[in-house]
Design a protein around this ligand. Structure first.
Ligand SMILES: NC(=O)c1ccc[n+]([C@@H]2O[C@H](COP(=O)([O-])OP(=O)(O)OC[C@H]3O[C@@H](n4cnc5c(N)ncnc54)[C@H](O)[C@@H]3O)[C@@H](O)[C@H]2O)c1
Ligand SMILES: [Zn+2]
Length: 447
């Protein structure tokens, strides 16, 4: 059996402690603090941000009735006609992320980003009966010149492959999509990644719009331009960086999402708080029940803040030369669980949750974080109904085998994202005591 929470605690108590977490000098609302880093200790500058001030274009400043934090028990509903807009700042490839309730009923939000007259909606068998008509209506409302085709793919990670991708190209070619057409991804991360890659490759690149419908896709995968498919030998090995024209997040789509999928997305939300946004983490501690109850304002706020964090990281490091890697907190352990346990057993966010607990445990063993952070991480993930330890079948050997081929291995050295200092700070480093990693693996695995 995997080690229990109480035994993790008792192991952790023996590790050296840091002073209690303090507020960063730069963590005043609206300011950013760039931490200067010690060479050899940290491999790259990490931006700590407790309240993001994104550069907003003109009237696309942050806005709205839903932009202010809600607290536990809030019953306030979001104003359906007010949306938050987060701008992803990438020069001439910048784009807006619209967030709000009822946005699929606002045709202009979609139509203003459609180039040309031909649109191909890419979706799957689960999402099509729920939202395809609505999206087609929004694309064509008041605009008789637009013609919309759709391709409905089988549902599941197992279909995120070349064969399914060809179905998108088949449809695009059969329906004579031209260079000025627009691809629309309607679905979760699987559809978003596949449609984005199809748009990147079709006629060497056509416009595309993301309409993410899972929390995972709304807080993470639809933002930042990573697109691709799986190869039988590994996940996401074939792909391209390709940014969309816009991302339209209608939070109402979450009402049909299964509970487990919702919780999986929350794993990534917690991640943003831990790596760079302590104030957001504190907000989550107060609002987790509202999020699980799908309170529209709480969800809209969590999505907005997650997108702001991701947008800021992507704007600074689009092609992942360093900083963007910090978005992978818990993912090295998590991917090992996904591989070792078999894809599809645990959802991505579930594996990441257990992986984050392991990364946090290791950070504490290294003496880099206070034990209050360890307790708060366990607590928030338990509240979110996410796992806090790997499945029983995971052994130290299984972890080591999977981690040896991690994308973050450079020159034989496994670099990890670990927490260091007050809540909301992390490092991406290969400079740590190997014993701490071994101790963490042994603490969480039976053999
Ligand atoms: N590109 C990136 O930066 C990035 C980041 C994270 C994850 N990903 C990728 O995203 C994928 C995981 O995404 P996911 O968690 O969204 O999984 P998913 O796309 O498989 O969706 C999960 C399930 O929910 C269903 N669904 C989607 N929206 C729904 C809705 N509104 N109502 C009811 N059911 C709905 C889907 O049909 C599917 O069965 C993985 O392939 C992963 O590699 C990419
Ligand atoms: Zn992830």
């Amino acid at each position: 059996m995997a080690v229990s929470t109480s035994s993790i605690h008792s192991t952790l108590r023996s590790s050296p402690k840091l002073p209690a977490a303090t507020r960063l000098p730069g963590s005043v609302s609206g300011h950013r603090a760039v931490l200067s880093l010690r060479r050899g200790d940290l491999d790259l500058p990490i931006l700590a941000s407790s309240s993001i001030s994104l550069r907003s274009a003109g009237n696309r400043s942050r806005i709205s009735a839903i932009a202010s934090p809600v607290t536990e028990g809030t019953t306030r509903t979001a104003d359906s006609k007010v949306s938050t807009i987060v701008e992803v700042d990438l020069g001439n490839r910048s784009y807006p992320i619209y967030i709000g309730s009822g946005l699929l009923d606002e045709p202009d939000l979609l139509q203003r980003h459609v180039h040309g007259k031909r649109v191909l909606v890419v979706t799957n068998t689960t999402i099509a009966p729920l939202y395809l008509d609505k999206v087609i209506k929004a694309l064509t409302h008041g605009n008789s010149k637009i013609s919309v085709e759709s391709v409905i793919l089988p549902d599941g990670e197992a279909y995120k492959n070349m064969e399914t991708l060809m179905k998108v190209f088949d449809k695009a070619i059969e329906s004579r999509m031209d260079r000025r057409c627009t691809f629309v991804a309607l679905g979760g991360g699987v559809i978003g990644d596949m449609c984005g890659f199809a748009a990147a490759a079709f006629l060497r690149g056509v416009n595309f719009i993301q309409i993410p419908t899972t929390l995972m896709a709304q807080v993470d995968s639809s933002v930042g331009g990573k697109t691709g498919i799986n190869h039988p030998l590994g996940k996401n090995l074939i792909g391209a960086f390709f940014q969309p024209q816009s991302v339209l997040i209608d939070t109402d789509t979450l009402n049909t999402l299964p509970e487990r999928e919702l919780a999986s997305g929350l794993g990534e939300v917690v991640k943003y708080g831990l790596i760079r946004d302590a104030e957001f983490f504190e907000w989550q501690e107060k609002n987790m029940q509202a999020l699980l109850a799908r309170d529209p304002s709480a969800l809209a706020y969590a999505i907005k803040r997650s997108c702001e964090n991701k947008a800021e990281v992507v704007a600074l490091d689009e092609k992942e030369s360093g900083l963007r890697a910090t978005l992978n907190l818990g993912h090295t352990f998590g991917h090992a669980i996904e591989t070792g346990f078999g894809y599809g057993q645990w959802l991505h966010g579930e594996a990441v949750a257990a992986g984050m607990v392991m990364a946090v445990d290791m950070s504490h063993r290294l003496g880099w974080i206070d034990d209050t952070i360890v307790k708060r991480v366990l607590n928030i993930l338990q509240q979110a109904k996410l796992p806090t330890a790997p499945p029983e079948m995971m052994t130290v050997e299984k972890f080591k085998t999977a981690m040896a081929v991690d994308k973050k291995v450079a020159d034989g050295l496994l670099r990890l994202i670990l927490l260091k200092g007050p809540l909301g700070n992390c490092v991406f480093t290969g400079n740590y005591d190997r014993k701490a990693l071994d101790d963490t693996l042994h603490a969480f695995c039976k053999s």
